[in-house]
Design a protein around this ligand. Structure first.
Ligand code: FES
Length: 127
């Protein structure tokens, strides 16, 4: 899968919202740093976090096992199924929030906002 990503801190700084229809169009037009916005491929058997690291991006993580939410991302486009065992409550998974350390996109293309640990609903779960 090809993943297009955006840093949540950029979105927050600019006053954009996760449910903006043109969020990634705005990001593409904003001349952002390569760490804040870009694309990479996820190889088979890699999690999204591993794929980011393979591409030299330092995305946040701590436990690497679905237990802390430091690695949370919002899947804005595409499908990224969540394994059964993890710490996210259903109201967050229903909004498309996933843990990048234990999941990867299954669609050819996906758009994700990483660094979601700064979203208030996620940061209150941080361990
Ligand atoms: Fe802890 Fe992913 S790094 S849940």
């Amino acid at each position: 899968p090809l993943v297009e990503f955006l840093n949540f801190e950029v979105l927050d700084d600019r006053g954009w919202a996760l449910d903006d229809d043109d969020l990634f169009e705005k990001a593409a037009a904003a001349d952002l740093d390569t760490a804040d916005y870009g694309r990479f491929y996820v190889e088979p058997n890699d999690t999204l976090l591993e794929a980011a690291e393979r591409n030299e991006f330092a995305w946040p993580f701590a436990c690497r096992g679905g237990a802390c939410t430091n690695c949370a991302v919002a899947v804005v486009d595409g499908e990224m199924p969540s394994p059964a065992s993890h710490i996210l409550p259903p109201d967050l998974t229903e909004k498309g929030i996933r843990l990048s350390c234990i999941a990867a996109p299954v669609t050819d293309d996906a758009k994700v906002v990483y660094n979601l640990k700064h979203l208030p609903e996620v940061s209150e779960l941080l361990l």
